[in-house]
Design a binder for this molecule. Sequence first.
Ligand code: SF4
Length: 456
Amino acid sequence: MEWKETSRLAMHWHTSPSNNKIVCTLCPRNCQTQVGQMGFCKVRGNVMGEFHTFNFGKSVTATQECIETEAVNHYMPGARILSLGNIGCMMACTYCQNWQTSQVKHLDNKNVFEYTPEQVIQMAKANNIDVISWTYNDPVVWHEFVLETSRLAKKEGITTLYKSALYIELEPLKELIEVMDIFSISLKSMNNDIYRKETKGKLQPVLDAIELINASDRHLEISQLVVTDLNDDGEDAYKTAKWMVEKLKPGVPLHLVAYHPSFKYKKPRTQLETLLKLRDIVMKEGIEYCYLGNVYADGVSNTRCKSCDNTLVERFGLSVTVPGINDDGNCKQCGAHTPIKFPLAGKPKTHNVPESFEAKQTYAYDWNAEVKSLHIMLQEPSAENILLKVSRMPGNQVQYIELNEGLERIILSKSHAEEQTIEISANSSTKIHYLPVLDRAHFPVLDETIGENSYA
Ligand code: SF4
């Protein structure tokens, strides 16, 4: 069935008494639509004088990742998350890395999956995942599904994370603040012209929305994609840091994230040297914790103790260990309080070594300059529990991962600087796609498959 064929009543709209058009008040674009018209996001529209959402439960494949994928470094480091991304978006960034699913005119129905709120919760529980993350294509235009599922998650004790560009009106944001534990916000720039030309949004509503979260007790981290020749000359980083120091609580982390060429924007990737230079600028301006994202290099994303410089959390890409925090959550070396919430709750869970493992298929991949992460995707949701054996070379470190109850996709990343090859074996002959992840927020679609399974 085509995803557009079903819809349900949306929240946040009214009919204008002056022209009888429906005004959507979910995002600051405030689209006005006549009967039969869709809003800018192309997933909400006027159906016979009522405003409907067409993407309730319609999603890209749910994916197991880790919390650092979402530019969250100060909450449950290393925690596994269940990432869900919708279709459509209230913005249209020229460099969007998920344009095949965010921009509806490019959407292929084969990349659309459907979940109920209950299925999402069940998948998280069956796979022992503690955090549900609303991410990828911006969750703003998925408001009804996000709210309903997050309310269920709270009842089940599951942590909720909202990763967004936050181009949203304040009333719907207040509803999100009630049910989200963590907000990771992508502030594109401090230049309204960049917002207008490159994202089709506006800066001030985003700043207002961030301040509203900051005034709540919810966990907040800010990230900025550093795009070559757009916002990489230091001025944006300086203004972002200045604004954060003036307006936000002390200690809110800032992630400076490398971009890769995508969609309409084809300038080269952001260089590590650029990010290091910008990090110096923001630290000088008073940012206490600055992390570099989408960078596979030692030491650029570690958390260090402010009192004694001990390494509290060590990160390489998306691999995380917590060597420097004791059971009370304090620095092991000097006893100082750390900025990390629930530092040991997110300890990566390892699956037991099975008594026997019969590989039905194996795939090996050599990491290279472009690709340091892969999505592994089952062709069909697993009816049976599928066990993956992951071997990393050189060294042949082995780890086992289970996929249960409809979970179809996971991310695997290069875990240390010397690692050259990853080998993945499965105890099932189910068809598996291997997809390159060019950027941690990139959700590769099926057409980007670089390898498929080999049957035993
Ligand atoms: S959510 Fe969609 S329909 Fe509503 S104002 Fe924003 S872009 Fe327009």
